[in-house]
Write a protein that binds this ligand. Sequence first.
Ligand SMILES: Cc1cc2nc3c(=O)[nH]c(=O)nc-3n(C[C@H](O)[C@H](O)[C@H](O)COP(=O)(O)OP(=O)(O)OC[C@H]3O[C@@H](n4cnc5c(N)ncnc54)[C@H](O)[C@@H]3O)c2cc1C
Length: 446
Amino acid sequence: MKNVDLLIVGGSAAGFSAAITARRHYPDATVAVIRQETKTPVPCGIPYIFGTLGSTQKNLMPDPALAKNSAELIVDRVTGIDREAKTVSTEGGQTIGYEKLILTTGSEPVVPPIPGVDRDNVFPIKKDVGYLDHLLETLKDAQDVVIIGGGFIGLEMADECRKLNGLNVSIVEMLPHCLLAVFDQELCIRAEEALESKGIRVLTSRTAKSIQGNGKVEYVELDNGERLKADAVILGIGARPNAELAKQAGLSIGSTGGVEVDRHMMTSDPDIFAAGDCAEKVCFFTGKPSRALLASVATAEARIAGANLFEMRRASKGSISVFSTKIGDLACGLAGIGEKTARDAGIAYMVGEAEAVDRHPGSLPGAKPTRVKLIFRKYSETLIGGEACGGDEVGEMVNLIAALIQAEMTADEIATFQMGTHPLLTASPVAYQLVNAAEMALAKMR
Ligand SMILES: Cc1cc2nc3c(=O)[nH]c(=O)nc-3n(C[C@H](O)[C@H](O)[C@H](O)COP(=O)(O)OP(=O)(O)OC[C@H]3O[C@@H](n4cnc5c(N)ncnc54)[C@H](O)[C@@H]3O)c2cc1C
């Protein structure tokens, strides 16, 4: 029987981060990662397979990084955990002993109960290379594609499908706007305009009633009776934790279906940790369970679990939820909570907004307007959220907002913080959006 100090079940974003972190913190430990597939896609890169990359082979997790960190990769499916014996058993007939176990078994796409959802050519987005190859081949032969769900995954898939042979793409979203579960309305409208400018049809406040066809999908019927022709349907509804293995092993499961963990990412068994999409999340702001499943959160949790194996070295403050995406030429993102979430949670807040071009002077080639909106607690004046949209630097600007939130910086501290600026790289120091948005909020608060 094989024995290792640390066994990690799952070899995607969280599994990789846990293995690399464990190696850094416990250099003498034997580490193995067990994963059910030979190759696994970079999860966030999946939409870009269909237009920009053109192949699943250009979007694979870099397995050599495991060997470089002296972590063995075992390809097999774990079918059971014996917590008494501290072993796992696998489909391939192996029994592997562990000192510590980290579960990073991830998530599965939600498949809504729409009549006809099991017809051929209806695709929830699975993180599986063979399955994604089949989806790519299907899309290459298609003319009309319907995407059900106007969240990040649906929008990114729509944008990329449009790049593939100019497919006719429609998005069906039940809420009044795409991305409304995350962004405030004005940003959702800008994202929809960006999609429409690419020739994508956006149908909001509409639900898919049924998926019709003879074996294979032929059209999607909407609640208003309209029929959308479809050679393929893509489901972008969301994901749910894959906690089956943990459940079978008798570990506690949280209210959102994830493996229950404490702030050290320890499960109800002190020798088993869980991290990533399979683990229950707690919101940084409300302390309540959070359903946002993101690679950024998954890897942060894995870096906590990997460091805590043999003594508690790190603790999670909860999930900030940092989202970013790019639709057409428009980059947009959010860190923390938006106005609607703050309102719904009963948080007294104040907003400040600022817009400036991302070069200075604005006459420089490539200058794009970038808008920032910051949300502060009204009384403590600490930052709790921020949205940005505009040019590509929005990705890192949202990360900076996330850092300011975690450091609990106040509007006054942000209005006076020292940033680096350069004509070709940033907005002018006079017009720097974060500083000016904080000043605008302060003006309202005082
Ligand atoms: C299309 C798409 C785009 C996304 N874009 C973004 C983005 O831009 N930014 C962002 O932050 N997040 C994004 N996400 C979310 C992100 O992909 C997930 O949060 C991330 O993949 C979670 O990583 P994980 O390692 O926890 O789980 P997963 O990536 O789900 O990996 C789980 C691993 O466990 C393995 N496994 C499961 N059960 C077993 C078993 N019994 N035995 C052996 N192996 C097992 C699986 O095979 C897999 O290797 C996106 C998701 C999708 C689907």
